[in-house]
Design a protein around this ligand. Structure first.
Ligand SMILES: O=c1ccn([C@@H]2O[C@H](COP(=O)(O)O)[C@@H](O)[C@H]2O)c(=O)[nH]1
Length: 481
């Protein structure tokens, strides 16, 4: 059978090293066994021309007045199409210039003109959407995109939901089939890549972090959006699950279950379980800990639909935390959905934990700032913690802190040091009320320990904290939207 133009192009792309197999971190932080690096086609002008032709063929229409390539890989592709089709092109900068014209979009255009978006590869569609958002703000009509490769991870459906019809030249299944047909890869490689795609096809677009002007808090989407809305702006499966629990149970309360026996732990879980979204443990303070403690605790998590977070505050080098997470008496990775981690050692601590996950659905929360008096977590530390989180969104799903660490709505902010009465203990803990934690500090979730565990009626106390924090969240959203 004759080899089609598309097949020839795919084979050439493979030959020059565009298609890579191994372990690669995608923009979202997801680890992928296959990666397409179309940046290098600028070194192969004929191939660049063929790719550009296939893209134009896939979407050609006389209806566009402009085209715009998503920076940077699609810029040369868009340039080739622009010159061949005599179609004006726009360049969208990643950041607007800080000097001269300070423009974010270069090129001449009129409001209302139709602009075709060109992209090399889509995963979630976020990059296409970022470009469209900017162009739409300038009143350009952006309803069509053409991409060379669709990785079939939800991108075209996500873009359709944003009013963008994305057409692709080829999808990942077809690329695998072509490479296999021509003996470039074996069946095992095809299977492992497609299995990865099938289990990671539920990506979502992370919308721009818009700043609300309606308040004095300098509010961003993280604090102004509802928990429902934030489900669709996070890629982290556990952040989504947690937000779903919070919405279904109408609670943003995490109990700090700092009790010392299995009986107290399980009784507390059964009593306050209906009112919390997270049950946070310090498992090493349980004096009679055994496997049965965990069995019962997991039973409670299922019964009352809450997540388990072990507040281990990992803070060592990667190799050590990998062992601490997976081995020893507690084997934390086997039962805790979430763990807390200090940012102090740098991102090796995250890499170490990730290395022990072994296919489980797990995540971590970075301790960016401590509630205790005299904590050394200063502004720079908080800023650097945010950077670590942004580089590892596949595993980090939020922060423990006393105020906003990042504007990114994907991250959930959990704030400890919360009590109804603003007293301090004698050991450095400092408290704020649930209302102040949510409204003033921007907490998504409040963490409450002794305010509930030491209360005469734990259930009544849990209900009061739950209602105070959830009402404060509703008030915040109402005020900011
Ligand atoms: O900065 C931090 C980080 C974690 N914690 C933990 O939260 C609870 C608070 O308990 P309370 O009884 O409500 O004071 C506790 O488990 C701490 O280990 C924190 O307090 N501050």
């Amino acid at each position: 059978m004759a080899t089609s133009t598309l097949e020839k192009v795919v084979l050439e792309l493979h030959e020059i090293g565009v298609v890579k197999f191994g372990s690669f971190t995608l923009k979202s932080g997801m680890q992928s066994p296959v990666y397409f690096d179309l940046r290098i086609i600028v070194s192969y002008p004929k191939l660049l021309e063929s790719v550009s032709e296939l893209l134009w063929e896939a979407k050609k229409s006389s209806g566009y007045q402009q085209i715009c390539g998503v920076p940077y890989t699609a810029l040369p592709i868009a340039t080739v199409i622009s010159t061949k089709q005599n179609l004006p092109m726009l360049i969208k900068r990643k950041e607007s210039k800080s000097y001269g014209t300070k423009k974010i979009v270069e090129g001449v255009f009129k409001e209302g003109e139709k602009c075709l978006i060109i992209e090399d590869v889509i995963v979630s569609g976020s990059s296409v959407y970022e470009t469209v958002e900017t162009l739409r703000e300038l009143n350009l009509a952006c309803e069509e995109a053409v991409v060379f490769l669709d990785r079939e991870q939800g991108g075209s459906a996500n873009l359709a939901a944003m009013g963008i019809n994305a057409t692709s030249v080829v999808n990942i299944t077809q690329v695998m089939q072509i490479l296999h047909k021509h003996g470039r890869i074996n069946q095992a490689t095809v299977d492992s890549c497609l299995e990865f795609i099938n289990s990671n096809n539920d990506t979502s677009i992370v919308a721009n972090k818009k700043t609300s002007t309606k308040n004095g808090l300098g509010a961003t989407e993280r604090v102004s959006a509802t928990f429902e809305a934030r489900i669709s702006t996070t890629n982290h499966p556990l952040a989504r699950k947690l937000l779903e629990i919070m919405v279904a149970k109408k609670t943003n309360l995490c109990i700090a279950a700092d009790v010392s026996t299995t009986k107290e732990l399980i009784t507390l879980a059964d009593n306050v379980g209906p009112h919390v979204c997270i049950f946070k443990t310090h498992i090493d303070i349980i004096s009679d800990f055994s496997d049965d403690t965990l069995k019962q605790l997991q039973g409670m998590a299922t019964k009352h639909n809450f997540m388990l977070m072990e507040d281990r505050k990992f803070g060592d080098i990667g190799a050590t935390v990998a062992n601490q997470y997976s081995s020893g008496v507690y084997k934390i990775v086997e039962w805790a959905d979430l763990v807390t981690v200090h940012a102090l050692p740098g991102d090796g601590v995250i890499k170490g934990l990730v290395s022990a996950v072994n296919g489980r659905s797990r995540g971590c929360v970075l301790v960016a700032e401590m509630s205790s008096q005299g904590a050394l977590t200063n502004t720079d530390y908080v800023k650097n913690s945010s950077k670590i989180a942004e580089d590892h969104t596949y595993f980090v799903m939020g922060f423990v802190a006393q105020g906003s660490v990042s504007d990114d709505p994907r991250f959930l902010l959990m704030t400890p040091g919360v009590q109804m009465e603003v007293l301090n203990d004698n050991l450095g803990q400092q408290y704020v009320t649930p209302h102040a934690a949510v409204m003033d500090k921007g907490a998504d979730i409040i963490i409450v320990g002794r305010g509930i565990t030491k209360a005469e009626d734990q259930v009544d106390a849990a209900v009061q904290y739950k209602e105070a924090a959830y009402n404060a969240y509703l008030e915040r959203v109402k005020q900011l939207q």
